[in-house]
Design a protein around this ligand. Structure first.
Ligand SMILES: [Ca+2]
Length: 440
């Protein structure tokens, strides 16, 4: 495919398959990741619309048929087996709120009038939960009909489908699309039928609203943190917010989430602008990635970030959908890219911490030690994390917490060992991120 691709090309299939993914598993494994989130697997609407076809998987046409563009049933089984062989888990993206756009009436098995919320309406007011759950997403030009998730046929169909699909293919987790658009009691039954880790998508910045959904799924996709990260690490001097924004978000997490460490954290995804369109500053990228990988939550890196994807600079809003969904292979899966190498290093440090402290490291909640406009210092279990969004002139001193003798600290990122004085004062004199462990 040409680069940059045309809008029509990027809203259509361009060749990604389960077989192709098997061939590139080492690219992911070598970067240190041990789980992959894949697109929805059912057959999608294939009629050309103003937004292309259902190549992304969110436009259901037939629940019981696989999307043949991605490969055969055997290809999918082989892909999951090949991933499991490398101890990589697979999280399946699932949709139960809606079907594909109304260019057909031939949705299966949902082919009856009563299988949809009637009459057709659109969500005008996101504060009105009835509208959010009963009206259609999409727009008047191209509605995505809203399934009647109160109808007993729709409910029982989805419950048995998810149970059988998880069991048949051996999926390890589910990412649930449009989670806020269906009643919570439906999802409780759905998640119980799935029987695996569940991660719900609630795409809003309101922590108290998003937090409530963690009493339904194991985790939610941490949109409030996403908005905070974007505002803190942008290169735009006019709009960039203070690092205290991150610290305030942590306080909100503790108030409203059941357990933030089980949520999915991210810098960007297929629905949002490429994070690297907001910053091309190496120091900021490093700090943002360190925060992602060493704060509370399960970090999710969207494919292409490791290759410094920024979207399409030649079109308006070129960092968002569909320009954030371009194919990875034009990069040649380059493993010498500095971001790829940096993420790999961060994953190696996560693995080291797991080997020393086990799961308790990841489950420990971060505790603030100090924060100012440019720098945030916190403790996560035994690790001291120092992140900044700006380099600064004047040195800062932070008192490192210490139970016994600990006058030497090793920065796991640089390998450097620092001596601190008797009062454990550590000097921070630039904006480089640090991951400090006491040298026993
Ligand atoms: Ca709905």
């Amino acid at each position: 495919m040409e680069y940059p691709p045309s809008e029509k090309a990027i809203r259509n299939y361009c060749g990604g398959t389960y077989r192709g993914a098997i061939d590139q598993l080492d690219y992911i494994a070598d970067m240190g990741f041990n789980a992959i989130w894949i697109s929805p697997i059912p057959l999608n609407i294939d009629t050309e619309t103003i937004y292309g076809v259902g190549w992304h998987g969110y436009w259901l046409n037939h629940l019981y048929q696989l999307n043949a563009y991605f490969g055969s049933e055997k290809d999918l089984v082989d892909f999951i087996k090949a991933a499991h062989k490398r101890d990589i888990w697979i999280m399946l993206d699932v949709v139960a709120n809606h079907v594909g756009p109304n260019v057909t009436k031939n949705y299966l098995p949902f082919d009856q009038y009563e299988h949809y919320h009637q009459p057709l309406c659109f969500i005008k007011d996101y504060n009105n939960q009835t509208q959010v759950e009963y009206c259609s997403i999409g727009n008047e030009e191209l509605p995505l009909p809203d399934l009647n998730t109160e109808n007993s046929f729709v409910v029982s169909t989805f419950l048995s489908w998810i149970e059988q699909t998880i069991r048949k293919y051996n999926f390890d987790g589910i990412r649930i699309d449009t989670f806020r658009h269906v009643r919570k009691s439906f999802w409780k039954d759905y998640i119980r039928s799935a029987g695996v880790y569940s991660l719900g998508e609630v795409a809003t910045s309101n922590t108290s609203y998003v937090g409530k959904y963690q009493f339904v799924a194991d985790g939610v996709i941490h949109y409030p943190l996403y908005y905070a990260l974007k505002s803190v690490f942008t290169d735009n001097d006019q709009t960039r917010k203070s690092m205290t924004t991150l610290e305030q978000q942590v306080q909100q997490n503790e108030l409203y989430f059941k357990d933030t460490t089980l949520c999915g954290t991210f810098l960007d995804n297929h629905d949002q602008d490429r994070f690297l369109s907001y910053t091309q500053d190496r120091l900021r990228i490093q700090n943002a990635l360190v925060y992602l990988m060493f704060s509370d939550g399960i970090p999710i890196v969207y494919m292409g970030t490791e290759q410094n994807f920024t979207g399409n600079p030649f079109v308006k809003n070129g960092a968002g959908d569909p320009w954030n969904r371009e194919a990875l292979w034009r990069t040649g899966y380059d493993r010498s890219n500095w971001i790829y190498s940096f993420i790999k290093k961060l994953n190696q440090i996560r693995l080291l911490l797991k080997q020393i402290y086990g799961e308790t490291f990841f489950r420990a909640h971060q505790q603030t030690l100090a924060v100012d406009q440019y720098t945030y210092v916190y403790k996560k279990g035994p690790l001291i994390v120092i992140v900044s969004n700006q380099s600064f002139q004047k040195s800062k001193y932070i008192s490192l917490p210490c139970k016994i003798q600990c006058n030497e600290w090793k920065d796991l990122l640089s390998g450097k060992v620092y001596q601190v004085n008797r009062s454990n004062l550590f000097r921070i004199d630039n904006g480089s991120p640090k991951l400090l462990l006491s040298v026993a």
